[in-house]
Design a protein around this ligand. Sequence first.
Ligand code: DGT
Ligand code: CA
Ligand code: CA
Ligand code: ZN
Length: 597
Amino acid sequence: MPDPPNATIAALFDELADLYELDGAVVHRVLAYRNAAKAVREAPVSVAAMHRQGRATELAGVGTTLDEKIGQLLETGSIPAVEKLRAKFPPGLVDLTRLPGLGPKRVRALYDQLGIDSLDALHAAAESQRLRGIRGFGARFEEAVLAAFAAGVDEEPAPRVLLHKALPVGEGIVEALRAHPAADRVDLAGSVRRLTDSVKDLDVIATSPNPPALLEAFARLDVIEECSASGEAGARARTHSGMKIDLRVVAPDQFGNLLQHLTGSKAHNVALREAAVRRGLHVSEYGILDDVSGETLRCAHEEEVYERLGLPWIPPELREDRGELAPGFAVPRLLTQDDLRGDLHCHTVASDGRHTVEEMASAARDRGLEYLAITDHSATHGFGNHVAPDELERQIERVAAANRRVEGITVLAGTEANILPDGSLDYPDELLARLDWVIASVHTSFAMDEAEMTARMVAAVEHPWVDALGHPTGRKIESRRPYAVDLDAVFTSAARAGTMIENNSSPDRRDLSDVHARAAAAAGVRILVDSDAHGTNTLGITRWGVATARRAWLGPDQVANALPWAQFAPLRKRARAQASSTGNSSSATTRSTAAGR
Ligand code: DGT
Ligand code: CA
Ligand code: CA
Ligand code: ZN
């Protein structure tokens, strides 16, 4: 019997969590299975193999009880606890938890009261308006159920993988293949090379003196669960974490052609080909055919492809047919992570972060930053800890202490204030004035119509103490839509008010998106690339914000925190207000109010 893939083990643990919850088990037991499912699903190597080496308990959340269950699965092909609970409930019950607003507890209530035991039964009950009569559900729930079926909740979606999960897998594979004697050149192509928000699959291309040996080595990599469609020229595989990979092996003198072709995007390639045809050239993955001479130019290097077409080499992040093929295009100087001098959004133990102000400050300094704003959540943050108004003074003192004790970095006492539905903030102005830096974000009441939401955000942008807008659209990539807001109106008022707009680097946000960040900068808004780190180990996630900035064609000139502190400091509203009240607009406050004490 072949080893069960990680996805199978994870699905069983998730099912067990659901079944325990249906059964009314205590919460921590349910959570334990969910955490283990996540750890197994994301494990880079075969968990079955880890079990056999006695190493499965090295996974976070997998203790001896779960390890034993993996053992049972390997030996007998099933887990007795799963079988026992499955027998206790109708099989369709767990499927019901796929509906929004339906956890196992509520599924149990539907089952007990209406006998609903499958997606079909639920659909029928909603259509015949039987759900609205049940206590705790109502007509709105019924509508949501019908909408979910209309959107295809009973069909399996093909999930896209966020870049921060996909890219390390791709880089690991490239590194492993490069280390193999049968590999010559190996590179990533496709969307992962363009650093898109999420990717469908990984595209890898290689040259080899011995293609069959390389393909065999690929199939045997630790991360590969299954390899199919393996031929002379390539293979298609799936990792233990469920990612699909296309590997192509190509002749060395065509590597550049294939790399260009497979990097895409499709829109870029289509436009490129059309432009080439007008010059009598036909571009394909095999070469560039010249109409007149009938000769095909093969390119070992991608630069030669662009050069033959009379183009500069275009950075992959720009290859989206968004102007990079227009006449007169010049490659812009794109932002790099090294350009960043400051970080204006992070959290500490005072709200939902994991480290202290000093720990964050030292870590930021060690990463080469000159300034760091501590922006814990403000008074009404809906979940978890926050800094209540009467604690703000202590927070300011903590920042002052960090400034005294940590050399080589300026720490700003800041806040991530909530933008309330009416556009006001949840700290009084006197408190906001005491701080060095204010970033304002929407964390609650997302469901407003566009005009209301726009008015709310414009009010925040125009607030005299708001220096920047945080994660401006509230989107979560592949899981939450942005809220309805007229971003152009927000950008226009931000440019006028001198309010910066954040490009949040959290890999599931990347908010503003590439297209929106470019529009904001074009409207004259200064962009920030912030980590929104909740611990010292995530300060480096600005890698993803930088990726978005590059896809937005941004360079250090448009990104405010690429400025040294002496130039950044006077851009803050409090510094500008001070400068204009003393009648000296050129006096840059190099040390800020609270932090300087
Ligand atoms: P995704 O969906 O995240 O995997 O995005 P890509 O861009 O990696 O798309 P993929 O893997 O389907 O194909 C890789 C590249 O191959 C794509 O960026 C451009 C090229 N390609 C694929 N299909 C076509 C096509 O129909 N026409 C052209 N011109 N190029 C294509
Ligand atoms: Ca791809
Ligand atoms: Ca592909
Ligand atoms: Zn936030």
